[in-house]
Design a protein around this ligand. Structure first.
Ligand code: PHE
Ligand code: ZN
Length: 864
C-alpha cells in the first residue's frame, strides 16, 4: 500500500529562503536509464536559517562544498530533503546525482517520450532532477551543458540562448545553453532527441531579431505551421496590447506526445502536448486550430506574466494563471469574435468552475492551504482567476487597468510576487481601495445575485433591489459580501437603449458591494417601462436570479443588445424547459419556445459562429447544478426531447445549410471556422432527429466531408444511432487514421463520450488504449466521466466502476493524471440515491485500497 497521509501546506507559514543562489551550472550526461546530473551552485546567506535542498528519487554520487567532499555525517537526507548543518556564509556547492528518466512514468522531472528526453518541472519536478531549493521564490541564472549520443539525440535544447557545442569521443556530442534571466527552477527545461523543425523569425518592436522554432516528430514539420503563425501573432499582440516585447534571441516550442497538461511556459523553451501543436486541415478540427492559437498565446504571454514576474509561492498560482488566461482570452477575442469568445469562455466556466465551486473540492482562487500542489491547477485558479481580472477591468475601467498593468510590469519585473503586490498596482492606478475586492480571492463559492425590479409609472422610476449571497463551501460557512460589478443597460424593446439620469447611452456599471443595495433609475417623464439588461458580457462570475417567466425572458431576448445576454436568455429558457420536461415526462416540448429558439438561429445566420452557439443546449453537467438530487439520465433524456423538437423546427434550414458546399480551399480562419461551426451544428441537429433517414444522410455527408470538423461532427452524430451506417463510419474512420494518434484520440473520445459503461470498458481494453499516455487515457476516461454524465452516473454503478478501475491502474504510473480523473466524482453528493450510494462505495474502496498522495488528496476531500 502506498498510502501517504496528505500533509497540508499553509499560506500563513511562508518564510523566505535563507540563501540566494546567484547562478547555477547544470551538466547533464544523458542516458535513458542512468543520466548523470552534476550541479554547481554559488550560494550566499541572506538571513538566518538552515541550508535545505529538495530532492526526490535521486542517487547521490558525490557532494562537496568549495571543492572539499562532504562526509556522510556532514549532511542528512530524509523525507525528500537534503540538509547540510554547517555551511559558510558564501560557498560553492557541487552535487553529482544519477536519475532514471526511462522509469519516470509520472511525467514530472526528466522523462522519456517516444525515445526523446523531455522535462516537466512545474510545480515540483525539478527536485526529481537534482538537489535544489525547489520553490518559485529562489531565482537563479542557469547555465546548462548537455552531452548525449549524437546519432540518437542530434538536437539538444534548454532555456535561453545556445552557446558552445561540439563533438565528443565515443559518438557523443554536447551543447551549452545560457539563460541570462534569473528564473525559478520550475521554469527549467531540457529536450533532446531527433526532431523536424519548422523555423521562422520575428523582429520585436525594439528591432531585436528572434529565431523561432517548433520541434515536432520526424515527418511532421508542416503540421507545425499553424502553431508558428499563432506564436508570431502572440508576440505581436503582446507588444501592441501591453507594450511587452520578447527578451531573448531564441524562442522554441517542442511538441511531446506524453504530457500531463496542455503546455508549459519554460523560459524560451515551451514544451507542449502535441495535441496543441500539430494541425493540418485534414486531421484537425476548427476547435483544434482555435485551441492551438489560444494555448500558444497563453504560454507565450507567460513570458511576462509568470516568468519575468513569477509567484512568491504556489498559493499565488492565480497571479500568473488567472492573469494569463485573461490575456489569452483577450488575444482570442481580438483575433476572432469577442462575443463568441465570451460565450465559449462562460460555457467552460459554468461547466467546470461553477461545478467545482459547488462541490466538496471548492476552494478559493487563492487557497489558504493545500494537500498536494499538483491538484491546485484547477478551473477555479485558472478560469475564475481570469474572471476576477475581467471583473477588475469593469470595476476600475480599462484606463486604470492598463495603467495598473504597466505599473506592475515596471515595479515587479524580476521578482517573485503576491496577489497583494499585484493589487497594489491597481490601487495606485485607480486611487481606489481594493481590499474588499480581494475578498474574491479568499472566498470560495459562486455568489448568487437576486434582482428585483419595481416600476413606478407615475414617477417614471425603476427601483432595482439587488442582493447577494454566497453559499457555504468546505471549511467556509460564512461569506462576506464582495464587490460585484454588473454591467447594465435599459432596453427600449426596439433594439435601442433608454436614457436615464446618470447612465451613459442607457448603460452603466452597478457595483453591488453590500448584501443588499437599492438603485433608483430615473427616466424622463412619460417613458415606457424599460427592460433591464444585467450582467452584460457576463461582467461578473455570478449566478443571476430574476423573477422572469417564459414570456418575460422571450421579450427580453428580443430586446437585448448584448449578444452574450441574447444567448444567455435562451440558455435560461432551455434550462427551465428541460426541467419542466423532466417533471412532466408525458408532455411535449413547448412549441412557442422551440420556434422562438429556431427563429433566433435563423435571425443570426449572418454571424454563423454565434448562430451555432444558439443551437447548443445547456449540458447535463450544468443542468445538474440546479437540480438536487440530480438524475443525470432523466436530465439527459429531457434534454434530448427538447433537442429533437428543436431539430424538427429547423429541419428545412438544416437541409438548406448543408446543401451548400463547405468553404474551399480550407483555411483555419475565424470566418471559415464560423461557417463550419454552423454546418457542424446542423450536423449535430440531424443526429438529434434520430431517424433512419438522418443516419443515412449523416453517413453520406461523412463519406464526402472534406475536413476534420465536419467528418468528426458526422461521426459524433452517428454514434448514438445504432445500425450499419454507424458501424461503418466507426470502422472507416479508424482505418483511415490509425497512424495518427491525435485523431485516434478523437475516435476514442466520441465513442466514450456517448456510449455506455460497457463501451467505455471495451474501449479501455482496445489494443490502442495506452495507460502510459495521458491523452489516450483521457480520451476514454475523461470523455466518459466528464462529458457523458448520464452513463457515468448510471444508477447501476457500472460507470463508476469502469472509471475507478482505470484510475487505480493509472495511479500506479501517473498520480497527477489519476488525481485529475478522480475529480469527475466531485459531484457525487448531489446525485440521486442509487448513484450516490455507488459513488460513495467506489470512493471508499479506492481510499481503502491506498492511492498516491495526489489521488488520496482528492478522494479524502471528496468524501469529507
Ligand atoms: N503552467 C502551465 C500553464 O498553464 C500548466 C502546467 C502546470 C503544465 C503544471 C504542466 C504542469 O500554462
Ligand atoms: Zn498557464
Amino acid at each position: 500500500m502506498r498510502t501517504e497521509t496528505p500533509v497540508s501546506v499553509k499560506l500563513e507559514d511562508y518564510t523566505p529562503y535563507p540563501f540566494e543562489i546567484d547562478s547555477v551550472s547544470l551538466d547533464f550526461s544523458l542516458e535513458l536509464e542512468a543520466t548523470r546530473v552534476r550541479t554547481k551552485m554559488s550560494v550566499r546567506r541572506v538571513r538566518p536559517g538552515e541550508f535545505v535542498l529538495d530532492g526526490e528519487g535521486l542517487t547521490l554520487n558525490d557532494i562537496s562544498i568549495d571543492g572539499s567532499p562532504l562526509q556522510v555525517s556532514d549532511y542528512k537526507i530524509a523525507d525528500n530533503k537534503l540538509t547540510i548543518a554547517d555551511v559558510p556564509d558564501t560557498f560553492t556547492l557541487e552535487t553529482d546525482v544519477t536519475i532514471n528518466p526511462k522509469a519516470n512514468t509520472a511525467l514530472s522531472g526528466l522523462y522519456v517520450s517516444a525515445g526523446r528526453f523531455c522535462s516537466q518541472c512545474e510545480a515540483t519536478g525539478f527536485r526529481r532532477i537534482t538537489y535544489w531549493p525547489d520553490r518559485p521564490d529562489v531565482m537563479s541564472r542557469f547555465h546548462v551543458r548537455i552531452d548525449a549520443d549524437k546519432a540518437t539525440y542530434p538536437i539538444l535544447l534548454s532555456n535561453g540562448t545556445p552557446g558552445k557545442a561540439g563533438d565528443l569521443p565515443g559518438g557523443r556530442h554536447f551543447a551549452e545553453w545560457d539563460d541570462p534571466h534569473p528564473k525559478p527552477s520550475y521554469l527549467f527545461a531540457l529536450c533532446a532527441g531527433d526532431y523536424d523543425v519548422w523555423r521562422d523569425s520575428f523582429t520585436t518592436m525594439n528591432g531585436d531579431h528572434v529565431d523561432l522554432g517548433v520541434y515536432v516528430d520526424k515527418g511532421q514539420a508542416d503540421r507545425a505551421e499553424w502553431a508558428m503563425e499563432s506564436l508570431k501573432a502572440s508576440m505581436k499582440w503582446d507588444e501592441e496590447r501591453f507594450g511587452r516585447a520578447y527578451d531573448l534571441g531564441v524562442f522554441n516550442i517542442v511538441a511531446v506526445r506524453d504530457f500531463n497538461f496542455g503546455a508549459m511556459e519554460n523560459k524560451g523553451l515551451n514544451i507542449f502536448n502535441s495535441a496543441y501543436v500539430l494541425a493540418s486541415p485534414d486531421s484537425a478540427t476548427d476547435a483544434d486550430f482555435e485551441a492551438i492559437e489560444s494555448i500558444v498565446g497563453h504560454e507565450y504571454f507567460h513570458n511576462w506574466t509568470g516568468n519575468r514576474i513569477t509567484c512568491r509561492d504556489w498559493f499565488q498560482l492565480c497571479l500568473k494563471e488567472g492573469l494569463t488566461v485573461f490575456r489569452d482570452q483577450e488575444f482570442s477575442s481580438d483575433l476572432r469574435s469577442r462575443p463568441v469568445q465570451r460565450i465559449k469562455d462562460v460555457m467552460r466556466l459554468r461547466a467546470r468552475q461553477f461545478a467545482e465551486d459547488g462541490g466538496p473540492l471548492a476552494h478559493p482562487v487563492r487557497p489558504q492551504a493545500y494537500g498536494s500542489i499538483d491538484n491546485l491547477y484547477t478551473a477555479t485558479v485558472y478560469e475564475k482567476g481570469a474572471e476576477l481580472i475581467r471583473a477588475l477591468t469593469v470595476l476600475i475601467g480599462d484606463d486604470a487597468f492598463n495603467k495598473g498593468m504597466q505599473i506592475y510590469f515596471d515595479e515587479y519585473d524580476g521578482t517573485a510576487s503576491t496577489i497583494e503586490d499585484f493589487y497594489s498596482c491597481f490601487e495606485k492606478a485607480s486611487g481606489k481601495d481594493l481590499s474588499q475586492f480581494r475578498l474574491w480571492y479568499a472566498q470560495a463559492g459562486t455568489p448568487e445575485v437576486t434582482v428585483v425590479e419595481e416600476w413606478d409609472e407615475a414617477k417614471s422610476e425603476l427601483t432595482l433591489t439587488l442582493s447577494q449571497k454566497t453559499p457555504p463551501t468546505p471549511k467556509q460557512d460564512k461569506k462576506k459580501p464582495v464587490p460585484i460589478p454588473l454591467r447594465a443597460a435599459l432596453l427600449d424593446g426596439k433594439g435601442g437603449h433608454v436614457e436615464a439620469e446618470g447612465w451613459q447611452d442607457g448603460e452603466t456599471v452597478i457595483v453591488l458591494d453590500k448584501a443588499e443595495k437599492t438603485v433608483k433609475v430615473n427616466l424622463s417623464k412619460g417613458s415606457a417601462r424599460p427592460l433591464l439588461s444585467i450582467n452584460r458580457e457576463f461582467s461578473a462570475p455570478v449566478r443571476v436570479r430574476r423573477d422572469l417567466d417564459k414570456a418575460g425572458l422571450l421579450k427580453l431576448a428580443a430586446a437585448e443588445t448584448d449578444p452574450f445576454n441574447i444567448w444567455d436568455c435562451f440558455q435560461s429558457l432551455a434550462k427551465t424547459e428541460i426541467f419542466r420536461l423532466l417533471d412532466e415526462p408525458q408532455s411535449p416540448p413547448d412549441d412557442a419556445l422551440v420556434s422562438a429558439m429556431a427563429d433566433a438561429v435563423r435571425l443570426n445566420e449572418s454571424d454563423p459562429a454565434f448562430a451555432a452557439l444558439l443551437t447548443v443546449l445547456p449540458d447535463v453537467g450544468e443542468l445538474f447544478q440546479d437540480r438536487e438530487p440530480a438524475d443525470p439520465a432523466g436530465l439527459d433524456s429531457a434534454r434530448k426531447r427538447l433537442r429533437k423538437a428543436f431539430a424538427e423546427a429547423l429541419a428545412g434550414d438544416i437541409t438548406r445549410i448543408l446543401e451548400q458546399p463547405s468553404p474551399t480551399p480550407f483555411k483555419p480562419s475565424a470566418e471559415q471556422a464560423g461557417t463550419r461551426a454552423l454546418r457542424g451544428a446542423m450536423i449535430g441537429l440531424t443526429g438529434a432527429l434520430g431517424t433512419p433517414e438522418a443516419a443515412s444522410q449523416l453517413k453520406s455527408h461523412f463519406d464526402s466531408a472534406s475536413n476534420m470538423t465536419e467528418s468528426l461532427a458526422c461521426l459524433r452524430s452517428l454514434i448514438p444511432l445504432p445500425g450499419k451506417a454507424r458501424d461503418e463510419a466507426i470502422e472507416t474512420f479508424y482505418a483511415r487514421w490509425k497512424d495518427n494518434p491525435l485523431v485516434i484520440d478523437k475516435w476514442f473520445a466520441v465513442q466514450a463520450g456517448q456510449g455506455t459503461a460497457e463501451d467505455a470498458r471495451r474501449l479501455s481494453e482496445h489494443p490502442d488504449f495506452d495507460m502510459s499516455n495521458p491523452n489516450r487515457v483521457r480520451s476514454v476516461a475523461a470523455a466518459f466521466s466528464m462529458t457523458n454524465l448520464a452513463a457515468f452516473h448510471a444508477p447501476d454503478g457500472k460507470g463508476h466502476e469502469v472509471i475507478a478501475d482505470i484510475i487505480q491502474r493509472a495511479d500506479k504510473l501517473n498520480p497527477a493524471l489519476a488525481a485529475r480523473l478522480l475529480t469527475s466524482f466531485e459531484q457525487w453528493k448531489k446525485l440521486e440515491p442509487k448513484a450516490r450510494a455507488s459513488a460513495k462505495t467506489v470512493l471508499e474502496r479506492l481510499q481503502e485500497a491506498g492511492l498516491s498522495k495526489n489521488a488520496m488528496d482528492i478522494v479524502t476531500r471528496a468524501l469529507d
